[in-house]
Every structure is written in C-alpha cells, then in structure tokens.
Design a protein around this ligand. Structure first.
Ligand code: KIV
Length: 307
C-alpha cells in the first residue's frame, strides 16, 4: 500500500517563513518586533524586502484603501480575502495576518472558526487577528482549537469605536487600566500568540507587557511594548484623512505621486510623452507594403458589418 503524503497542518510555515515561535523568542531576547500593514502584493513585497517581521492585512483597508470615512466597519470578508491573497503573494518571510472584519466573528464561535479558516485556505494568511476580550475569548479558544493562531487586539478597538465614544485613548483611569490588564491576561490564557495594544497609556502598556509571556505589539502604546505596528499609508504619507498623534511619518509618498502624475499629465498634453524611446517601430519594407495595401483599394470596408 502506498501512503499518500499528509496535507500539512495549516499553521506549518512555508520554507523561509518566520516561525511563529520565533516571536516569543524575540520577546525573551528583548529584540523589538516590527509589524506594518499592507494591502496588496507590492506593499507586501516592499515590507518583506525591508525586513519587517509581521504584515497585517488590516481592516483599516476600509479607510485607507476603500475610501470609507472614519470607520473600519464596512469592509467585507470577500474584500479582506482579496487583499490578503495579494499580500501573501508579495510577502515571503513575514507572517501574514488576516484581520477578521466586523461581522466575521461577532455572531458565533462557529462563524469565527469558519471565517478564520477562510483566511488561511483562500487568503493565504498564516494567522488571524480579532478585536476585543469578553465575548471574543471563546472565539479565540475556538479558532486556536481549530489550529489557526490568533493575535488579539485591545485598547482602542476601531470596530467598536462607536461604543467606546470615538477614536480615543483607552485605559486612562485606574479602573479601565485594570480592565485592560485583565483582558490582556485572559486573551493570553485563551491562546493568543500576541496582542496588539492600541492607544493605551505607555505605563499601562508596559505593565501589561511585563505580565505576559506573549509579545505585545503597540500602536500608540509607548516604547515599553515588545513591538510596534503602523499603518502603511500613515507612515508613508499616502492617506489624506486624519492621522492620529501616535503616527510617525517616514516619507511623503503621496506628494511624490501627485508630482509624478502632474508631470505625466503635462507631458501628454504638451506632446512630450511618448518619445521615440517609448515607441515600437516597423521595418521600412513592411511599412511600405502596409501603405501600398492601404492605397490599393483592396482593404475590406467594415461599414456593412456595423449596419
Ligand atoms: O486594521 C489595522 O490596520 C489595525 C492596526 C491599526 C493595528 O488593526
């Protein structure tokens, strides 16, 4: 009897992939973890080439890619899968994180598991991320139980920004800070391999980071986290909307793109583009035959076809 090779478990990394277990090692060695968002193959490839460890295909896509205003809620599973597939094609070494959109895990554990599996099977993601604690704890347990690694996300959780009173820093009273601390420990106990802390006071994020064996990835949570994440469009200056104070802009690519597009438009309008170097030629003898054929009157007139 010939044994067929077994299909690898979903969380077995492809050759060259950063092993998931390396993240806890990085924390143990106090080596900062670098995470960034990406939404297509080009940004995935560029993040990989820059040596980033984790790429989040974030539901911030709703705003920075799809143009929804001030909300991440409208983006759908199909839209997220479309972008995740593209990023996974571009990024080889970094772990690709599929961000579970609003509605894909809120209803039931079964729904959450089904959609998390879609991120791996259809999206090519390595792991998934979801927001919140409370009801999300049983989602995390179920998804991890199905063999899909989960990153948690607490503090400012944009999918529930309305309930939180807007896009505001969280955990700024002793009581709220304590709740965040307890949520973080509960998410670790539920099986998360890492935790995003968004818009949390630095002191609170540091205490949470010290209390956990899993890495924390901060965004607006100070330097005491085990790693940092920024949104691609924010750090590159590609997003025209509001950017929070925790964003550091490393380039103004948006202005550079506008400059290049204006130069292109000018060139087209003035006849500068295309030049000879952008143009294909035909051998002179072929051109002569072509002209002769046009002048011979034997060219089919398609006027009848149009009637
Ligand atoms: O969707 C996203 O981009 C995020 C980051 C801000 C962490 O969740």
């Amino acid at each position: 009897m010939t044994l067929r090779p077994r299909t690898p478990a979903p969380s077995v990394p492809a050759p060259g992939k950063l092993p998931l277990t390396e993240l806890a090692e990085l924390k143990r060695r106090s080596q900062p973890i670098v995470m960034v968002t990406a939404y297509d193959a080009a940004s995935g490839r560029l993040a990989d080439e820059a040596g980033v460890d984790l790429i989040l295909v974030g539901d911030t896509a709703a705003m920075v890619v799809l143009g929804h205003e001030s909300t991440t809620v409208p983006v759908t599973m199909d839209e997220m899968l479309f972008m995740t597939r593209a990023v996974a094609r571009g990024a080889k070494r970094p772990l690709v994180i599929g961000d579970m959109p609003f509605g894909s895990y809120q209803v039931s554990d079964e729904d959450a598991v089904r959609n998390a599996i879609r991120f791996l099977k259809e999206g090519g993601a390595d792991v998934v991320k979801l927001e919140g604690a409370g009801p999300s704890l049983s989602r995390v347990r179920s998804i991890v139980g199905a063999g899909v690694p989960v990153m948690g996300h607490i503090g400012l959780t944009p999918q529930s920004a309305t309930m939180l009173g807007g896009f505001k820093a969280q955990g700024r009273t002793a009581e709220k800070a304590l709740r965040l601390y307890e949520d973080a420990r509960a998410l670790e106990a539920a099986g998360c391999f890492a935790l995003v802390l968004e818009a949390v006071p630095a002191e609170v994020a540091t205490r949470i980071t010290e209390a956990l064996a899993i890495p924390t990835i901060g965004i607006g949570a100070g330097a005491g986290c085990d790693g940092q994440v920024l949104v691609y469009h924010d750090l590159l200056g590609l997003y025209a909307g509001h950017t929070p104070r925790f964003v550091k802009r490393y380039a103004d690519i948006g202005a550079e793109i506008t400059r290049a597009l204006s130069a292109y438009a000018d060139d087209v309008r003035t006849g500068e583009f295309p030049g000879d170097e952008h143009t294909y030629s035909i051998p002179p003898e072929e051109l002569e035959l072509f002209e002769a054929a046009l002048g011979s009157g034997t060219v089919k007139d398609h006027a009848e076809d149009r009637e």
